[in-house]
Design a protein around this ligand. Sequence first.
Ligand code: ZN
Length: 273
Amino acid sequence: MNQDKLFKELYEKSKEENKILTPVEVINYFHHHFDEDPNVSCETWGIDNTGRPILSYTFGHGPQSILLYAFADPAEAVGGTGIIALSKLLMDKQSELSKLNYSWVIVPCLNFVDQPNHGLENSKLQKTAAQEVDWCVSDPRPETTAILQIASAYKPIFTFPLHDEFHHPEYVAPYCGLGKAIDVDTASNITALFAQYNMQMNHEYADKELGEGFFIMESIGEEIKNSTFYAFSQYGQVLVCEIPNTNKANDSELVFLQMAIGFTVLNDTISKS
Ligand SMILES: [Zn+2]
């Protein structure tokens, strides 16, 4: 992977949206561009409690898969715009991204039910326990079952659940949860990416090897086994990159940062396979 070229392309595509989009805007983008596209396969994985189908879109035909899903929790909106940037690069045959030979499985909005104002706005709010879809494998919601079925069908070498702290009313310094260890150099590169925007890694998390702002999910203890993340880690790497609500970077830069960090970890994953 030519990471410099990929980052440049990602940065340009992230800039095309000058604000972070709402769930409805992201869902409509995918419907409009890809429902009828023969190069993209749209699949339904059950329905949520309002009868809405839970959809994935798969780009590319590579033998190995990469899974991304947006809007798992209410108002965690950064990744929704990120997957639009990604889809534009995947549709561009000249892009560095489309040269990577993978199947890219993208869920534009996993948890529509709990989005503020029927998905029509981005708000700053904290989810309730009942709104959780990733930490309830023992008592799954339809969204939980759907994402577990997608992972089981595609066995992704890398899963990127697009959670964030953008929904938080206050600034929360960035941190990354990982299914498996990454190289120390990879962690340094991530720290440096945030530092470009004057953000320091979150002191509340510190992995012995990787440093501040990083934790390996199994360090959480037994509780991790009740999460979808644990299921994904049986197939490959998992990254949750918690992007803050901040004026240190504008919306497009936050979108770029989350995706760039995803690709930094993907590069680490590929180098080990
Ligand atoms: Zn979340």
